[in-house]
Design a protein around this ligand. Structure first.
Ligand code: HEM
Length: 431
């Protein structure tokens, strides 16, 4: 046996599936460390994962008993500490918050979300399209979901950049002061948003939460918006990044950037099964000492579900191709399953289609095995994704951004210094 395995170091980030394979020697559950000195049980079996996710009698999502045993400055707390939202509560409290957020999310019209994502994508692509190279994480996948949220909140475009900076400051947590500053800026942005919408509601996510029959107070609305942001931002970034990295490194996808067989949807399905954006989460706490598929787990200690390991668990899955993305655990399962599956997949698919539609010869600037992954026990996140493409020139602002992509027969070499505008259309050419 291995002893307790650290999920926070570079070894895990470099090759998580090798670590899951070793952890399977323990059976359905394995002892891991989420941060230095912070122990947990990781569930790697699909069946055991489902048992925990559906068993609200035995397991609670409320971390408060455990939390008091952890140093207040532990780096793991921001992802695990109790908050007044759906994720960290059980029963009626959970139901109330979840109802408000899922009803509000259900009012987003898919065609509007597609338009919003197109706008966000075009804003970002416009910034780097003429350069012929970009970091597809830092310049695209990372800011894109935030611009989408800004638009879903009906905040002016000018607030988008401010918002991106503040959220990045908080999530990057380069120093405790920077994280606190980011947190303050986001809270200010959200309080301003809620005050504005309380006075003049519109057709947007914040207004729908404010007007929801569960009658959330202003602080609760801010808390649910923070949850939507923190639950939704990084996973969408990672879904876009992980899917793009697959598409640009695998010839079956690469050809499809302009012509071929496999699409962005295939890449996204592949990622949700094999490299889920949130790899390990759904932290549950047994209400009493329990035996989970042969592992004895003390009460009130964290049990973490490995969606990545469970999805690829050889013992539990039927053989054959897995194309049905309804059965993987990337969005968890049971009462706390992600209420934003459809919009999240729609944003990621649209963002990838838009990028590859405009920059049809885009390719990785480094070999795939040299791309860097960010360490951390919960996410599967690229640090950067350098890419090159034939530069394209922006059209005048406010109208269609660029020329249509030339067909593959007329495509210029990736080293060319730019191509002239041939025709200006609002939409990129279809692949
Ligand atoms: C690819 C993108 C996404 C992935 C992979 C993802 C995955 C997940 C997972 C695995 C959970 C369960 C977490 C747990 O039980 O501890 C969850 C819950 C949640 N997600 Fe997502 N999510 C994504 C996008 C979003 C977005 C865009 C939003 C909001 C706009 C969102 C809102 C939520 C909320 C509110 C919960 C808590 C639900 C509850 O506890 O009842 N997610 N998500």
């Amino acid at each position: 046996m291995l002893g307790r395995v650290a999920l926070w170091g570079p070894e895990f980030a470099a090759d998580p599936h090798a670590v899951y394979a070793r952890l399977r020697d323990y059976g359905a559950c394995a002892p891991v460390e989420l941060a230095p000195g912070v122990n947990a049980t990781l569930v790697t079996s699909y069946r055991a994962a489902l048992d925990v996710l559906h068993d609200t009698e035995t397991y609670s999502k409320d971390p408060r008993v455990w939390q008091h045993t952890i140093p207040a400055d532990s780096q793991i707390l921001p992802m695990m500490m109790w908050r007044p939202n759906a994720l960290f509560n059980d029963d009626e409290t959970h139901a109330r918050y979840r109802q408000a957020i899922s009803d509000s999310l259900s009012l987003i019209e898919p065609h509007e979300l597609r338009d919003i994502t197109h706008r966000a994508a075009d804003t970002l692509i416009r910034d780097f399209a003429a350069r012929g190279e970009a970091d597809l994480i830092g310049q695209y996948a990372l800011p894109l979901p935030l611009l989408v949220f800004n638009d879903l909140f009906s905040m002016p475009e000018t607030h988008g950049e401010q918002f991106v900076t503040a959220v990045n400051r908080m999530f990057d947590a380069a120093s405790p002061e920077e994280a606190a500053r980011g947190n303050e800026e986001i809270t200010r942005y959200l309080i301003e948003l809620v005050t504005m919408k309380r006075g003049r509601p519109g057709q947007d996510l914040a207004s729908w939460l404010i007007e929801h029959p569960t009658a959330l107070n202003d602080q609760e609305v801010v808390d649910q918006l923070v949850t939507a942001l923190s639950a939704g931002y990084e996973p969408v970034t990672n879904l876009i990044g992980n899917a793009l990295s697959r598409m640009l490194s695998d010839p079956r996808y690469y050809r499809t950037v302009s012509s071929g067989a496999l699409t962005a949807t295939d890449a996204i399905t592949d990622v949700l099964w094999n490299d889920p954006p949130l790899a390990n989460y759904s932290v549950h706490y047994p209400r009493r000492d329990v035996d989970l598929h042969g592992t004895w787990i003390p009460a009130h200690t964290p049990v973490v579900i490995s969606y990545a390991a469970a999805n690829t668990c050889p013992a539990d899955l039927p053989p054959g191709p897995r194309t049905d993305y309804g059965a993987h655990l990337a969005f968890a399962a049971g009462p706390h399953a992600c209420p934003a599956k459809q919009p999240a997949v729609l944003i990621a698919t649209t963002a990838i289609d838009r990028l590859t539609g405009w920059l049809c010869d885009i390719h990785l600037a480094v070999p795939y095995d040299q791309v860097a992954w960010r360490p951390g026990p919960f996410h599967r996140a690229l640090a950067s994704l350098p890419a090159r493409f034939t530069p394209i020139a922006p059209d005048q602002k406010g109208t269609s951004p660029w020329t249509a992509c030339p067909s593959s027969s007329t495509r210029q070499a990736a080293t060319s210094q730019g191509r002239p505008l041939a025709s200006a259309t609002q939409d990129p050419p279809s692949a």
